[in-house]
Design a protein around this ligand. Structure first.
Ligand code: DQA
Length: 144
């Protein structure tokens, strides 16, 4: 069985640390990658950590996960609220999948309170800043 957890990040998450720090915190995506890797290693897993601003890349990577990953963690950024393509891609994944968000999307604008992907993932973790990712790594490791 694969021991690799795919951690996929969508649009604008490359700007973490400088983008709206009051909402998203001061950690960069590199900091989050390092913390995910450390936690995964403790639990006996590897992390393949990626970011793209393009919806199709995320679809391709979810499809790749079907062949290569043990689990998927995804912060789809704003595509969370709009993407039927990500919904369909995640629907076809037969492994633990966790939707993560740094912010509490239910305490924000109405358009952020809708997720196209929540119904097709194993579970969702949001509102704990960068720690949401660590909780997600622990959650998929426990599910495996
Ligand atoms: C986000 C929440 C989304 O609404 C937003 O578009 C993001 C980040 C989060 O991690 O809190 O880009 O996914």
């Amino acid at each position: 069985m694969s021991k690799t957890i795919f951690v996929l990040n969508g649009p604008n998450l490359n700007l973490l640390g400088t983008r709206e720090p009051a909402v998203y915190g001061s950690q960069s995506l590199n900091d989050i990658e390092r913390d995910c890797r450390e936690t995964a290693k403790e639990l006996g897993f590897d992390v393949d950590f990626r970011q793209s601003n393009h919806e199709g890349d995320l679809v391709d990577w979810i499809q790749e996960a079907r062949e290569k990953a043990a689990a998927v963690i995804i912060n789809a950024g704003a595509y969370t609220h709009t993407s039927i393509a990500l919904h369909d891609a995640l629907r076809s994944v037969d492994m633990p999948a966790v939707e993560v968000h740094l912010s509490n999307i239910h305490a924000r604008e109405a358009f952020r309170q809708v997720s196209t992907i929540s119904a097709v993932v194993t579970g969702t973790i949001f509102g704990f800043g960068s720690h949401s990712y660590i909780l997600a790594v622990r959650a998929v490791a426990a599910a495996l």
